[in-house]
Design a protein around this ligand. Structure first.
Ligand code: DQA
Length: 147
């Protein structure tokens, strides 16, 4: 059974109380439970993580690259939070490992402030999803199964 690695970046630990009009009222634990169900139905083992630290996300992408090379990983679903709009390091980590990755956003970043319209992740991602709320995580798992 291959693993789906779902990585969440800064401030996503605040889901549930963080700007509920934008991100909804589900907590990150709720999102993890939703991902467990989606992964079970697609035959993936789930590895679900969150970090507020850019370097830790980079290290996890390196780990993902090694797992993918060993045939153990289906791919990565990454909600990089605000690092989406700032991080050349995450871009380089995705490119450098060659790991198949879906960029995910809960909100429709293109309908928000102009600084959210640019992504350093998108040019290195296989697919991009935004605006489906937390249900987007389950849709991304289905997408990963089809990649
Ligand atoms: C986000 C959108 C980003 O612009 C923001 O910085 C986040 C969350 C989303 O899921 O909609 O932290 O990635």
């Amino acid at each position: 059974m291959k693993t789906a690695l779902i990585l969440n970046g800064p401030n996503l630990n605040l889901l549930g109380t963080r700007e509920p009009a934008v991100y909804g009222t589900h907590t990150l634990a709720d999102v993890q439970a939703l991902c467990e169900t989606a992964c079970a139905s697609h035959g993936f083992a789930l590895d679900f993580r969150q970090s507020n630290h850019e370097g830790e996300l980079v290290e996890w992408l390196h780990e993902a690259g090694r797992m993918h090379a060993a045939g153990q990983l289906a791919g990565v679903i990454l909600n990089a939070g605000a690092y989406t709009h700032t991080s050349v390091a995450l871009h380089d980590a995705i490119k450098g490992t060659g790991v198949p990755l879906i960029e995910l956003h809960i909100s429709n970043v293109h309908a928000r402030e102009p600084f959210r319209h640019h992504s350093f992740i998108s040019p290195a991602a296989k697919a991009v999803m935004a605006g489906f709320g937390v249900q987007g995580y389950a849709l991304a798992v289905a997408g990963l199964a089809g990649l």
